[in-house]
Ligand binder design. Structure first.
Ligand SMILES: [Fe+2]
Length: 275
């Protein structure tokens, strides 16, 4: 069993203990915009899982190094004339590389976890609606690799329940920081976002993740970043693409940007994207 079912009863969700646990996870997720599940993967299994992933980190592609916090909201503020200090004009540093889904072998423990029915059932129970795997051939499951100095700028995500698993923690740094629910569908709250971008810490919380921790995070509404990694041990984090939308798929342009020219070559000869 990959998942630590002694601690988390994902294999028996109808039991009273599981129902109580799910209610707690859901409550925490809705209240804090984040829920951490330490030792979600059995410690022995985790070591093997991390070992497998360490064997493919050389396949990671760096992607863009300077991006907007609103990277995923391509249309936001597009035609507006904005002052230079506006959050939409802000550019931050992204220093990480990602291993694309098609480079993670099906037999890897990480891939087995991602594809397991238990994960869909568990996340479905937490969100109260059916959950599906992202259908994108490259974006569905990723490993983010941060070497010394690696970091991720303040940004918002596209998905509302971002599911990540830390496989290997760095010696120091690489801390996940976030400003919970700083924006909503009704209000971008640019003044508060600007304050965080300029260094104000009032709304900022930290999650010091341990390897093996599964994290559920409302990244669409909470501004977040990863502080620079210190030391030689890489920070390895899996991003497990799940969604309430059954056929969610990214696009070729975004995948070429994030996973490199090899995607363009594949799509030119044996396309994986429809059309
Ligand atoms: Fe993110």
């Amino acid at each position: 069993m990959i998942i630590n079912t002694d601690r988390y009863p994902v294999n028996d969700l109808s039991s009273t203990a599981a129902q109580l646990w799910i209610a707690e996870v859901r409550g925490q997720f809705e209240r804090d915009g984040s829920c951490l599940l330490p030792d979600f993967v059995n410690p022995v299994t985790l070591e093997q899982m991390a070992q497998e992933v360490r064997g493919i980190t050389h396949l990671a592609y760096p992607g863009p190094t300077e991006v907007s916090p609103y990277f995923f909201n391509y249309q936001l503020g597009k035609d507006e004339c904005l002052p230079e200090a506006h959050p939409l004009k802000h550019r931050g540093r992204r220093n990480l590389a990602q291993v694309a889904a098609d480079l993670i072998p099906a037999e890897f423990l990480l891939n087995q976890l991602y594809r397991s029915r238990l994960m869909l059932d568990f996340l479905g129970a937490v969100s109260g609606q059916p959950i599906y795997r992202n259908q994108d051939p490259y974006q569905s499951l990723n490993v983010s690799v941060m070497a010394e100095g690696g970091c991720q700028l303040w940004h918002f995500d596209s998905g509302d329940m971002v599911t990540t698993l830390l496989l290997q923690a760095p010696a120091a740094g690489g801390i996940f920081e976030y400003a919970p629910a700083i924006r909503s569908d009704e209000d971008e709250n640019f003044d508060a976002v600007k304050a965080v971008l300029e260094g104000n810490r009032e709304r900022v919380l930290q999650n010091r993740l341990q390897a093996g921790t599964l994290s559920l995070f409302r990244g669409h509404y909470s501004l977040h970043r990863v502080t620079p990694v210190e030391g030689k041990r890489q920070r390895l984090q899996a991003i497990l693409g799940y969604s309430t939308r059954p056929n969610l798929c990214g696009n070729k342009e975004s995948s070429i940007l994030h996973y490199g020219p090899r995607v363009a070559e594949i799509e030119a000869s044996a396309p994986r994207y429809p059309g």
